[in-house]
Design a protein around this ligand. Structure first.
Ligand SMILES: Nc1ncnc2c1ncn2[C@@H]1O[C@H](COP(=O)(O)OP(=O)(O)OP(=O)(O)O)[C@@H](O)[C@H]1O
Length: 313
């Protein structure tokens, strides 16, 4: 059986999805995922792949048709307040009413969370140059996004669920948020599940990532393994029959007969095939190849584990 991503071998699971299923008329989600403490997991997938649906299941906003999600060991659809207190959430396309000011937001959070830290909130608002008394309708996209993350983090939760927290932001604003998330993780016992369309954000922040496609997680890997060992290879049509596609994770055959593939052992190709283009395989390459692939090997060990568990039940 394949190992889980190496950085996640130890640590209590804070976020768990066990074969959780959600069906819509034109879409089906079926996900198994574990995020242990002290870990940042990135969720990557194209538009409509199911990222927001998964966040909605984890926050109890959507109810699973089968399987289950657990947060801090408790069923996600019936979380007690004591557990909700320990979760911070940024959901895509949500926010506070436009007429609110950051000071209003602070009052609401203080009423909602016992653990809300007003001094920390004020310090972050100041650090990110957010005007405390202006209505949010006057805010730029970046200011609103920063405030959403500040609001999610100011009660010192143990878990952060962040659906596209950096969407629409420039590089400075994105880096500010990523730095804040790194600081957040300096306290032991925490974890983050974060989705983003920006591969570099996830590559620089996360310990591991999950690639979700059409509602299923097809690849689960450590970020440093992806960076150090995986490769993108392009085999010209003339060599397509002679190259041993060792360690291929997914493969796409182009109309001209050339083959593009994501492989788990870049060095093998560098050593053996001097005429094959070999580059580092990043999150973007993985996404592009998985979407156009004509062959995919399921590289999500967690799915395998849960399926086996189900079969033996
Ligand atoms: N309430 C709903 N009713 C019907 N279909 C839905 C509902 N919510 C989501 N879907 C469908 O489920 C699929 C996955 O949507 P989801 O929002 O989870 O994707 P996503 O990966 O977050 O996409 P994006 O990156 O564009 O935000 C889409 O096809 C969407 O139309």
């Amino acid at each position: 059986m394949m190992e889980s991503p190496r950085t996640e071998d130890s640590g209590r699971p804070l976020i768990e999805c066990a074969a959780v299923c959600k069906h819509y008329p034109d879409f089906a989600l079926d996900v198994t995922l574990t995020v242990p403490e002290n870990t940042i997991v990135g969720l990557v997938g194209l538009n409509g792949s199911g990222k927001t649906t998964l966040f909605r299941l984890l926050t109890g906003l959507a109810k699973a048709d089968d399987g289950s999600c657990r947060m801090l060991g408790q069923a996600a659809d019936t979380l007690p307040v004591s557990v909700k207190e320990q979760i911070g959430v940024v959901l895509a396309d949500t926010g506070f009413p436009a007429v609110f000011t950051p000071r209003d937001v602070k009052r609401i959070l203080a009423a909602f969370y016992n653990g809300f830290d007003p001094e920390y909130f004020d310090a972050l608002v100041k650090r990110f140059s957010i005007p405390p008394d202006k209505a949010l309708e006057t805010f730029s996209t970046g200011m609103k996004a920063r405030l959403r993350v500040i609001a999610a983090i100011s009660h010192h939760p143990r878990i952060l669920l962040l659906d596209e927290p950096t969407a629409g932001l420039d590089v400075v604003a994105r880096n500010q948020i990523l730095d804040l998330l790194r600081e957040y993780m300096e306290t032991p016992g925490r974890s983050i599940l974060i989705s983003s369309h920006i591969a570099s954000d996830l590559e620089n922040l996360c310990d591991s990532f999950r690639l979700i496609s059409r509602g299923r997680i097809l690849l689960a890997e450590d970020m440093d393994v992806l960076r150090d060992e995986y490769g993108y290879v392009k085999v010209p049509a003339s060599l397509a029959r002679s190259v041993d596609l060792k360690g291929v994770v997914c493969r796409k055959t182009n109309p001209d007969g050339s083959i593009e593939a994501l492989v788990s052992d870049r060095q093998f190709y560098l050593d053996n095939y001097p005429h094959v283009l070999v580059e580092r395989g990043g999150v973007d390459e993985a996404l592009l190849l998985f979407e156009g692939a004509d062959a995919v090997i399921d590289r999500n060990p967690e799915t395998e584990i849960t399926r086996k568990g189900k079969e033996t039940r």
